[in-house]
Ligand binder design. Structure first.
Ligand code: SF4
Length: 281
């Protein structure tokens, strides 16, 4: 156990470092941790768990993959080169990474062996690894669902504040790193207003980042996790969400028209995230 307040830490033996990814543009997924202390209420990585009690404790436990670095060092010698997503079901720069440097040690190996890496995070800690990022073929995506720090603190309780994420992205872009903004999930009433979306699009515009947009995905246990907050802020909304979010709904058509209009006003394009199999963050 490593022991930061209110999160339980433990270890799990690593069986595979580079697992095949079915997410767009990624060949492999590398997840240094199981669980994620950022604890985003909408996180559907929890759906990868078998146990409901554990899924609803998402954000309160992190298992560190024991033996990961050694296994990765062996796998890069025999697996074909391909783009590695770092990470797909956890945040590689969540708070414990500051102490353990597990992500950094993996990144060192990948960069040294010439594997392209695509990082996705909600943490300013990514700047710590700027030297490696610049040395390799590494792009960095920052998830920003809202620029409202107070809303983010309710929905993404242990991530860096959105203002800090935007600042990290600016720094990366200034250093010549290829960057992207993941605006997702957009959740009805919480962060779907013109103003809310515009502020995030502005960050993508200012930093010259590609923009990827996604709606809320109601995978297993997501609604249960969001329900207490929705009940407090918008009683009754949780019952409407499944219909609002069904493919082709009038809500979604209007949402994407709004995104389109805002992007056009900045002269940028956006890509809709293609949900295939796994969670993203
Ligand atoms: S969405 Fe990403 S950052 Fe948030 S809890 Fe899930 S894995 Fe962690």
């Amino acid at each position: 156990m490593y022991g930061l307040a209110s999160v339980e830490y433990g270890e799990v033996r690593c069986r595979t470092a580079l697992s095949k990814s079915r997410l767009p543009d990624l060949d492999y997924a590398l997840n240094p941790y199981v669980g994620c202390e950022h604890g985003c209420l909408y996180c559907y990585a929890r759906a990868t768990l078998r146990d409901e009690a554990k899924a609803l404790r998402w954000g309160r436990f992190v298992l560190v993959k024991k033996g990961l670095v050694e296994r990765l060092a062996r796998e890069v010698l025999r697996k074909p080169k391909g783009v590695v997503g770092l990470s797909t079901v956890t945040d590689p720069y969540q708070p414990i990474e500051a102490r353990l440097r597990l992500t950094r040690r993996c990144l060192e190996i990948l960069v040294r062996k010439g594997f392209p890496v695509s990082i996705q995070t909600k943490s300013k800690l990514v700047l710590r690894d700027l030297d490696l990022i610049k040395a390799g073929k590494v792009d960095v995506g920052m998830t920003i669902t809202t620029m409202d720090d107070s809303l983010a603190s309710m929905v993404e309780p242990r991530s860096s504040r959105p203002s800090e994420r935007a600042e990290a992205l600016r720094r990366l872009a200034e250093e010549g790193v290829e960057t992207w903004v993941f605006l997702g999930p957009i959740i009805p009433r919480l962060n779907d207003s013109e103003e809310s979306i515009r502020r995030v699009v502005e960050v993508a515009y200012e930093t010259g980042s590609e923009l990827i947009v996604d709606k809320l995905n109601l995978r297993k246990w997501v609604l249960e996790s969001l329900a207490p907050l929705l009940d407090r802020l918008y009683p009754g909304l949780k019952w409407e969400l499944p219909d609002m979010l069904r493919p082709g709904s009038s809500y979604l058509r209007e949402l994407y028209r709004r995104v389109e209009r805002i992007c056009r006003s900045y002269g940028i394009e956006y890509v809709r995230f293609r949900f295939i199999s796994g969670p993203e963050h």
